[in-house]
Design a protein around this ligand. Structure first.
Ligand SMILES: O=P(O)(O)OC(CO)CO
Ligand SMILES: [Mg+2]
Ligand SMILES: [Mg+2]
Length: 269
């Protein structure tokens, strides 16, 4: 990636710090929670405030840049990923657990604001946490591996059945353990950091995973679809792992289903 993007990355880190401050302050006061696609798909005033803060800040400095933002899409904005410089924004990932935020395409920033951990990745230049380079686990044995996943916000009976069935099969491989940070972005950072060997989930959105996915590949890991093909960022399905061998063993256990794509035409939504 050309050095021309350094100013964009610097801006992303600065605005993430600013947003983190807003989130930390909101933890003391913001308890006004609304719902989106279902009763457990939550949004707070802080999610909306932080997304606007980020978009306004970027627009002032980079007026030609485009945005895909979780709360903007929820409000009816299109989810179009083109070749134009585009910020993919999840103002707070893991609203249920009140966690941090994420960004972009050729660079990714995930700020875990309660821990003050700033994860940064640039394509071809590595992934870092507070300046320290990240490397995935070198574990090759699935039985010694820890797998992260989430139950998601889909409460459709068929989907829940498949989520439980997949998890049961993964647990009984057996794996060493199962974790869930409550945030897709943080789960991906855990893979990148070598804290867990793999993470998979069906039902996430592009803004949940865009930044963390880059963190994983830049730390030496692999990404694929939960059925083993190439990762499709708009498909709402992701499997990340420290290596292909571990990933393929998990693929064999997953009962996949197909949520509506993030880039589905509005009339289908
Ligand atoms: O809290 P959010 O942004 O809805 O994200 C969830 C998944 O959709 C946790 O990753
Ligand atoms: Mg999210
Ligand atoms: Mg969010």
């Amino acid at each position: 990636m050309a050095e021309q993007w350094q100013d964009v990355l610097d801006h992303a880190v600065a605005v993430a710090q600013k947003a983190g401050k807003v989130v930390r302050e909101a933890l003391q006061s913001d308890r006004k929670v609304s719902t989106k696609s279902s009763s457990i798909d939550l949004v707070t005033q802080t999610d909306q405030k932080v997304e606007q803060l980020i978009i306004q800040s970027v627009k002032e400095t980079f007026p030609a840049h485009r945005f895909i933002g979780e709360e903007s899409v929820a409000a009816g904005e299109p989810c179009d990923l083109t070749d134009e410089p585009t910020w993919i924004i999840d103002p707070i990932d893991g609203t249920t657990n009140f966690f941090p935020l994420a960004f972009l395409l050729i660079m990714g920033v995930v700020y875990s604001c309660l821990e003050d951990k700033m994860f940064v990745a640039r394509r071809g230049k590595g992934a870092f946490c507070n300046g320290k380079q990240l490397r995935v686990s070198d574990q090759k044995d699935i039985h010694c591996s820890i797998v992260a996943t989430e139950f998601g916000s889909n409460r459709d009976g068929g989907a829940v059945e498949k989520i439980f069935s997949s998890l049961r099969k993964v647990v009984c491989l057996p794996v060493h353990g199962v974790r869930g940070a409550g945030s897709a972005a943080i789960n991906l950072c855990l893979v990148a950091s070598g804290c867990v060997e793999a993470y998979y989930e069906i039902g996430v959105h592009v803004w949940d995973v865009a930044a963390g996915a880059l963190m994983v590949t830049e730390a030496g890991g692999v990404l694929m679809d939960v059925e083993g093909g190439a990762l499709d960022m708009m498909s709402r399905r992701i499997l990340a792992a420290n290596n292909r061998h571990i990933a393929e063993q998990i693929v064999g256990q997953i009962q996949a289903f197909t949520p509506q794509r993030d880039d589905a035409p509005p009339q289908q939504q």
